[in-house]
Design a protein around this ligand. Structure first.
Ligand code: MG
Ligand code: MG
Length: 244
């Protein structure tokens, strides 16, 4: 069942979203060659706690950290560790903050130092695919409208759209109905209604879109690098409001 949020719930979710967004902005400052993802995790964790929220991911389904730190061919769900980031890596940071019982969920992919032009293109296309995905979306649109807009944009550039992981509703639970795939057909899927809150999160690969999922370990099958861009959004009568 897709939950419709009350105005009061939305007020709280705006705050959760703001903390989530600002956590990513804080972490971004520290991304450079030599830093470890464990250090980035601590920066995010401390920032969230300092702002009277709780890291949504910590212990979620047994996840051991407050951020997902996914380097290069790791698509999502990477565990923070003690390996220093290297010049030329790309890293996706996914974070959630739970404020007064409601979650925000957001992800970005960052360059570590100087990266290849094609990797920067992947990051840029992934980010833009989110904005293409939400173009024209409002109450009365369908989930498939988002899906098809993301897919069509990404595939124009010859990149792969991950199928096996999808966006989702957000609220009191980090993952709620509906599923929000990044591939599909316009006009299909659940109807979006005013005051629904969903996370739209394209995961895009440089090569083939197939991924291997072994527990928390999620990588591209062909070893190509992957990027991720996610925001939690509110559906309104006239459009969407990005909460993160
Ligand atoms: Mg996320
Ligand atoms: Mg998500």
């Amino acid at each position: 069942m897709i939950k419709i949020k009350t105005d009061k719930e939305i007020e709280i979710m705006r705050k959760a979203g703001e903390i989530t967004k600002n956590t990513l902005l804080e972490v971004e400052k520290y991304i450079k060659p030599g830093v470890t993802t464990r250090e980035l995790n601590k920066i995010a964790h401390d920032y969230i706690v300092k702002h009277n929220a709780r890291p949504s991911f910590l212990h979620y389904g047994g996840f051991p950290a407050s951020i997902c730190a996914s380097v290069n061919d790791v698509v999502v769900h990477g565990f923070p560790n003690d390996e220093p980031l290297k010049e030329g890596d790309i890293i996706s940071i996914d974070v959630g903050a739970c404020y007064e019982g409601y979650h925000g969920d957001s992800a970005r992919t960052f360059a570590v130092g100087k990266i290849d032009e094609i990797k920067q293109k992947l990051i840029d296309v992934t980010k833009q695919s989110f904005f293409e995905g939400i173009k024209g979306i409002k109450a009365g649109s369908r989930v498939g409208d988002i899906s098809s807009q993301v897919q069509n944009y990404v595939e124009k550039y010859g990149f792969g759209v991950v199928r096996d992981m999808v966006g989702h509703g957000v609220g009191r639970n980090l993952h709620e109905d509906p599923n929000v795939p990044n591939y599909g057909y316009a006009g299909l899927g659940p109807v979006l209604k005013k005051n629904m809150v969903i996370a739209v999160e394209p995961m895009v690969t440089m090569g083939d879109y197939h991924i291997n999922i072994n527990g928390w370990d999620v990588r591209t099958v062909d070893g190509s690098v992957a990027a991720h861009y996610e925001n939690t959004i509110l559906i309104t009568e006239t459009g969407v409001e990005i909460l993160t």
